[in-house]
Design a protein around this ligand. Structure first.
Ligand SMILES: [Zn+2]
Ligand SMILES: [Zn+2]
Length: 243
């Protein structure tokens, strides 16, 4: 079994686009970090923004053009007020070297698609304890769905069922079945609630389970294997997937 645990969330797409910044300064080499030109924040929970301050200061001297930071107004405000403060780190307006500002904020809004790094991205609100967006990421050939943190939800399944090129769904599967009540309360999934949710999803599309809480990873994997459903795949941490 893969011994790596997942405490933090980051997806890297085509080398230059990161979805969430949980592991951005930790899971990638400095060269990989430097290739990232845009980062999309699905919500400002700690596991999704954890290493963003470290990432920016790691690359302080190296950044030559601002990194695009896509986030809602409320997430941007949350990061500015609670993370990028002199008490915790340094402020965003002092994040500049002699060539450029390190970060350029790009506001995102529910349902409004935008182009970044040669891809079309559509943020759709999911159901979590704070405003959170799942992202549909498309190029000419394929579309991928990253739900981010969510419990039972509706809109994103309606939108993606009309998506012809949908190749994969990356979904939050945080807890084992014995913690299903906690999963429901905290608006995440367990294998049991994922099965309920599957009836709403576009049929036949592979479902990659991510965001498994590190402490329960083995148990969740066992429960998924016991389902014997070839559509549900536990995504490996650190692995490259091609669609
Ligand atoms: Zn969350
Ligand atoms: Zn999370």
């Amino acid at each position: 079994m893969d011994g790596r645990v997942q405490l933090l969330t980051t997806y890297l797409i085509n080398d230059t686009l990161a979805i969430d910044a949980g592991a951005i300064a930790i899971g990638l080499t400095p060269e990989e970090q430097l290739r990232i030109r845009s980062i999309i924040i699905t919500h400002a929970h700690l596991d999704h923004v954890f290493s963003l301050p470290l990432y920016l200061t790691n690359l302080f001297d190296e950044i030559r053009e601002p990194v695009n930071l896509y986030a809602t107004q409320s997430d941007f405000d949350a990061m500015r007020q609670h993370i990028f403060t002199p008490r915790v780190w340094i402020t965003l307006d002092t994040m500049k070297n002699d060539r450029a500002d390190l970060v350029s904020w790009r506001p995102i809004r529910t349902g409004e698609s935008f182009l970044t790094e040669g891809l079309k991205v559509t943020p759709i609100q999911v159901t979590h304890t704070v405003l959170t967006h799942g992202l549909i990421v498309e190029d000419d050939r394929s579309a991928l769905l990253f739900t981010s943190d969510t419990g039972a939800t509706e809109r994103i399944w309606q939108v993606t069922s009309e998506c012809d090129n949908l190749r994969a769904i990356f979904i939050d599967l945080s807890f084992p079945n014995r913690m299903t009540e906690l999963a429901r309360a905290s608006q995440h999934h367990s294998p049991a609630t994922l099965l309920e949710e599957m009836s709403k999803m576009k049929p036949g599309i592979p479902i990659y389970a991510v965001h498994i809480k590190a402490a329960y990873r083995d148990q969740v994997i066992e429960e998924i294997e016991a389902l014997n459903n070839p559509r549900i795949i536990v995504a490996e941490v650190g692995r490259e997937y091609e669609f």
